[in-house]
Design a protein around this ligand. Structure first.
Ligand SMILES: [Fe+2]
Ligand SMILES: [Fe+2]
Length: 289
């Protein structure tokens, strides 16, 4: 069986490098925690949607999914409690959203029979759960290394409560996919294909949600091509035509860039020219040297 691990952001920045910086900046730290909260809350919707599509069959799977929804709802309220205790906001997080980008890149309409709904559904859940574990583990390590303030201890204890349940979710998904792959060689091919497809979609969603620098549109297009390469030939043209526009002309991306630039300017106009502008064009400048 293929084992697919999440890749780093732009093949450069590890979750650890990101989280080590985040825990040192209280404002960014609260935004990240609120993103976790939002993702946990949103995953309840996705699991419920899958249960409704399955409509009670297979019974055992739907039963397991209903327990899974309860776990994710609990994670969401633990994080809501934490953020409220810390006096922070629990609204929709600003900027690009990983889970929304992931959802946009799915093509649930191309999957209609029950067996494919199950394989795709579990493969999609599994790959986001793996990313969640990677970030939570890195976050706990970052919080162990930083200053032990009451806030940081409370944050670490909350993530430590969530983490073991996420590990169980990953194990559950791996087990389910392995069981399906054992049914026949055709099932094995379907499972392997779904794993590759959702790994490519997940990586694209991560990069779409974090990359707002110059040239991001072309990198989005590169990711789109990588997703398309995992699809059967007959699905490729339609997928590409449906997602091409969103990759290249994305209003939310422009809005996020503008907000980011505005904040940098308001904070320090001198640093805006010395640091923000060179950082924004970093890759493009490198390319011209
Ligand atoms: Fe969760
Ligand atoms: Fe989970």
């Amino acid at each position: 069986m293929t084992v697919i691990y999440p890749r780093k952001f732009r093949d450069q920045l590890t979750a650890q490098a990101i989280l080590d910086r985040v825990v040192e900046q209280p404002e960014a730290h609260m935004v990240v925690l609120n993103r976790y909260r939002f993702n946990e809350q949103h995953s309840c919707k996705d699991l419920t949607d899958l249960m409704e599509r399955l409509d009670g069959q297979p019974k055992e799977l739907v039963r397991e999914l209903s327990h899974h929804v309860a776990d994710e709802a609990r994670h969401a309220y633990w994080l809501s409690d934490l953020l409220c205790d810390l006096g922070s906001e629990i609204g929709t997080p600003p900027g690009m959203s990983y889970i929304s980008e992931f959802e946009h890149l799915l093509d649930t309409n191309s999957v209609n029979n029950k067996e494919d709904i199950i394989i795709d559904g579990i493969a999609a859940i599994n790959v986001t759960e793996k990313r969640g574990c990677e970030y939570f583990a890195a976050h706990i390590r970052a919080l162990q290394k930083t200053e032990q303030t009451p806030e940081n201890i409370q944050i670490r204890e909350t993530i430590e409560k969530i983490m073991p349940e996420e590990v169980e979710h990953v194990k559950w998904g791996n087990r389910k996919l392995a069981e399906i792959a054992k049914v026949s060689p055709e099932h094995k091919i379907k499972v392997e294909q779904a794993k590759r497809k959702y790994a490519a979609i997940e990586q694209a969603a991560l990069e779409y949600s974090m990359d707002i620098l110059a040239g991001a549109e072309f990198r989005r297009l590169e990711h789109l091509v990588k997703i398309v390469e995992t699809l059967p030939m007959w699905q490729r043209p339609q997928y590409l035509s449906e997602h091409f526009g969103n990759a290249l002309f994305n209003g939310k991306l422009q809005e996020t860039r503008f907000e980011f630039a505005q904040k940098a300017w308001e904070k320090d106009p001198a640093a805006f020219f010395e640091k923000f502008i060179p950082m924004f064009f970093a890759d493009n400048l490198k390319g011209k040297k």
